[in-house]
Design a protein around this ligand. Structure first.
Ligand code: RUB
Length: 352
């Protein structure tokens, strides 16, 4: 399905309203409305953001998260800055502030690099660029669903890790939910195993919430149970997102992805990764070159507000891990499935 071209926020919002979306963020009346993902699944509350810098705070605190959603929030921050008449120097500071919030996902730097040069142009050209970026994402999410749903068979149980669904993108379905929704719409009976995704629990809090909203049967498991279910023949297909993909096909995704990919390999279960242009970084040749964000380990020592760990114990929280390309069965993209050899095939699809 091809969506119509849009040029203004008004047209974008009208277009978005024609789909059944769960919007992580939208722009209205010169305010950025941002669904506070930290409150999910118990509260669906939109924060009203009136200053561009506040977007950086919301990204750092993971009120908005996911490699597809954070550049949208950043794009809206640029539009708001432009509307508020920020100077080009201030816009540069804003760009640096935004990039500094989450170092691993390549999508954030990409959008900043593409909007920064418009700092001295008129508001209309910034608005057009922002709107085209977001409507392009919507088109990508529609297209990847069509490609991915073809790989899903009737009766499949699919494993997913962390959250690469609607709220990690523009709201349509991003790299996973759109595929599940379409496969189900095509009459295939599917079932999704969602890992809780320690330590931040995006799987338990957000993935299951979204899947249940769309009546897709889902079962929550701990990250450490994935190997067991894979070894029991319970899972036919694994699908995850990726915060950054290196030129050789190494995948940096939420911590815990690598052991799942290993268990998939050992049990001959295909391990697929969803990929959009902004997540593929051909400038890095291997996963080891990608910076891995370290977050506050209080998520390891505490469970919500409850302290679990021995007082004063050392803890570490690397947010992502690196899955080597040899464990990846293929990349599902809006332009088809990319298989081995990844280096040349990724280059063919994603070289700009
Ligand atoms: C990471 C995250 C997972 C997703 C990436 O983002 O959610 O790694 O698989 O999804 P965060 P996507 O640390 O912000 O929660 O491929 O859509 O970026």
């Amino acid at each position: 399905m091809k969506i119509p071209e849009v040029e203004s926020i008004l047209e974008l919002n009208e277009l978005m309203d024609t789909f059944d979306l769960i919007k992580p963020v939208y722009y209205k009346d010169d305010r950025i409305m941002l669904l506070d993902q930290r409150q999910l699944p118990f509260k669906e509350e939109y924060l009203m953001i009136e200053s561009p810098e506040e977007v950086a705070t919301a990204i750092s605190s993971m009120q908005i998260r996911g490699g597809g959603a954070i550049p949208i929030a950043a794009a809206y921050a640029f539009l708001l800055a432009k509307r508020q008449g920020l100077s080009s120097e201030k816009m540069e500071d804003l760009g640096n502030l935004l990039i500094g919030t989450r170092p691993t996902a390549s999508s954030l730097r990409r959008i900043v690099d593409s909007l920064q040069p418009l700092a001295n142009d008129g508001v209309e050209s910034m608005e057009k660029a922002v709107v085209q970026f977001i409507s392009g994402k919507l088109q990508n999410e529609i297209d990847i669903a069509e490609v991915g749903a073809k790989l899903v068979n009737d009766g499949d149980s699919i494993l997913t890790h962390c959250h690469a669904g609607a709220l990690a993108g523009c709201g349509y379905g991003n790299k996973t939910l759109g595929i599940f929704k379409l496969a189900q719409k095509q009459g295939k009976k599917i079932h999704v195993y969602s890992t809780e995704t320690r330590p931040y629990m995006q799987g338990a809090r957000i993935t299951t919430w979204e899947l249940m909203k769309f009546d897709i049967p889902t079962t929550l498991i701990t990250d450490s149970m994935a190997g067991y279910f894979l070894s029991q023949g319970e899972i036919q297909f694994t699908l995850v997102g990726a915060d950054r993909i290196a030129g050789n096909g190494d995948v940096v995704n939420k911590i815990g992805t690598y052991p799942i990919a290993l268990a998939c390999k050992d049990n001959n279960v295909p391990f697929y990764v969803g990929a959009f242009r902004e997540g593929v970084d051909l400038n890095v040749t291997g996963g080891e070159e990608i910076p891995i964000e370290m977050r506050d380990p209080s998520d390891i020592t505490n469970f919500g507000y409850l302290r679990l760990a021995t007082p004063d114990v050392d803890a570490l929280y690397p947010t992502f891990d690196i899955t080597p390309n040899r464990l990846v069965s293929g990349f599902i993209t809006p332009w088809g499935v990319i298989s081995f050899p990844f280096e040349s095939n990724l280059l063919e699809v994603f070289d700009e």
